[in-house]
Design a protein around this ligand. Structure first.
Ligand SMILES: [Cu+2]
Length: 110
């Protein structure tokens, strides 16, 4: 017979209290900026999730919210620089690069 509760209690008893007190946040979703494109161009993350923009080009880029969309933006990212942003609110966030306005991307927070 399957009895899940006693088994769970045994597992929890074996985990040190410090591990339970400090849950590890899920890893940030990485959006690479490479060859004048955001890759992937569209991502879906959970509420409270993080996105790391990593500039792999030699040229500076930004991820800047389009008009009507509100988030911090990255500011100027030089070659090999990255910036991690946290998205606390559900919604759709469209962004572009200030220096190359045809570069566009979208973050959906569920
Ligand atoms: Cu750019």
């Amino acid at each position: 017979m399957f009895r899940p509760l006693p088994t769970l209690a045994l597992i929890l008893a074996a985990v040190p209290a410090a591990v339970l007190a400090a849950p590890v946040p899920p890893p940030a979703t990485v959006i690479a900026i490479e060859s004048f494109q955001f890759t992937p161009e569209a991502v879906v993350i959970p509420k409270g999730g993080r996105v790391t923009f990593l500039n792999k080009d030699a040229t500076p880029h930004t991820a800047t919210p389009e008009e009507g969309f509100k988030f911090a933006g990255t500011g100027r990212l030089l070659a090999d620089e990255s910036k991690t942003l946290t998205f606390a609110d559900k919604g759709v966030y469209n962004y572009f690069c200030e220096f190359h306005t045809t570069m566009k991307g979208q973050i959906t927070v569920r």
